[in-house]
Design a protein around this ligand. Structure first.
Ligand code: ADP
Ligand code: NA
Length: 329
């Protein structure tokens, strides 16, 4: 039988090349693999948890994420893609799971402990933030998922999901599979300042950026800091632009030439960036085209969202029926 996959993203606005290479590329592989049936959700309730005072932007952000997903090639015919709040069973299951989740599991969650200490610009002293892993467990278990592709940073949350599944099954019958983490090796994509590409650093190249915007960012991106002049030898291993080459450049011969030229100081950073630009444009052109098409057709996007939620709800309702009858309601 095919394995069910769930993964989600919070609607934080336009996605960047890090999201694309670090997550969506793997999601696409699972979509194309007939062994997996994929559910991909934009988890807007999770965004409300930290941004409740600014909730009016969440819905626009959901649209941006959905446009980016469709643009990179997530396909509503092959994957079930939807917005979490359109499937009310997420909240319903979250309530049920919360009833049996010991507070200690949530209080000991390393992400909780870390963020409550370090995040200052958001109010995290609310029930929703402590309960984040419960809602996340509901997102996953609602589809009786077998596999969850996530980054290393989410491993602890997945462990809580498994514990919640075991405890729920213990009380109410064998309802939930214990989902496995699918840790796929993903490149860490650096941003224009050399740090990890992240919206919060303001160093991202967005999927939705035009060719000109992309080139402006690439052109001024930091390289090996030891390389001041074009004739100085450089070291690709210390160059964030090289890391982006590794993601987008599939021409191994050219890569070898650029590497040798950098090490010898015979190829300048601008030339290397221009070569990279060609590969980024080649990869992104169909993505940009698809995004523009969906952006122009508001109705199509609405249809995709409605159909996605409808498909998701079939499984979601089935699970909730099992849950409710297990409880004895
Ligand atoms: P969240 O949406 O949970 O807040 P992020 O926005 O940080 O998380 O990232 C969503 C996904 O994209 C994660 O799987 C993360 O590993 C991946 N990702 C984000 N930024 C990068 C990056 N610069 N390089 C590689 N992967 C990234
Ligand atoms: Na598939």
């Amino acid at each position: 039988m095919e394995k069910r996959v769930f993964s989600g993203m919070r609607p934080t606005g336009k996605l960047h090349l890090g999201h694309m290479a670090g997550a969506l590329t793997n999601w696409m592989k699972l979509q194309e693999d007939s062994a997996y049936s994929c559910f991909y959700g934009i988890v807007d309730w999770h965004a409300m948890m930290s941004d409740y005072a600014n909730s009016s932007i969440i819905s626009q952000n959901c649209k941006e994420v959905m446009l980016d997903w469709l643009a990179v090639g997530l396909d509503p015919e092959r994957s079930t893609i939807f917005i979490q709040s359109h499937v009310p069973e997420h909240s319903e299951l979250s309530l049920a799971l919360g009833m049996i989740t010991p507070l200690g599991w949530l209080q000991r969650n390393p992400t909780y402990k870390e963020q409550i200490l370090n995040i200052q610009n958001k109010d995290l002293s609310n029930f929703g933030f402590l309960g984040y892993p419960v809602l996340m467990a509901a997102d996953i278990l609602l589809y009786r998922s077998n596999v969850v592709p996530v980054g290393e940073d989410q491993s602890a949350h997945l462990e809580i999901t498994r514990e919640i599944a075991r405890r729920f099954n213990h009380f109410y019958g064998d309802i939930f599979p214990e989902p496995d983490t699918l840790l796929t090796p993903t490149p860490k994509v650096p941003g224009t300042d050399g740090r990890k590409m992240s919206k919060s650093y303001g160093n991202s190249i967005n999927i939705a950026d035009s060719e000109k915007e992309m080139w402006d960012k690439l052109r001024t991106m930091v390289t090996d800091p030891a390389r001041q002049r074009k004739t100085d030898p450089g070291d690709p291993a210390k160059c964030p632009v090289w890391d982006i080459h590794k993601v987008f450049n599939d021409d191994h011969e050219e890569m070898e030439e650029l590497k040798a030229g950098c090490l010898a100081g015979s190829i300048g950073c601008v030339q290397c960036k221009k070569a990279l630009k060609e590969h980024v444009v080649a990869t992104m052109s169909p993505v940009w085209e698809r995004r523009a098409r969906y952006e122009a057709e508001e109705d199509t996007l609405e249809d995709v969202l409605r159909e996605g939620a409808k498909k998701a709800r079939v499984v979601a309702r089935e699970t909730m029926d099992m849950v409710l009858s297990g409880i004895g309601f």
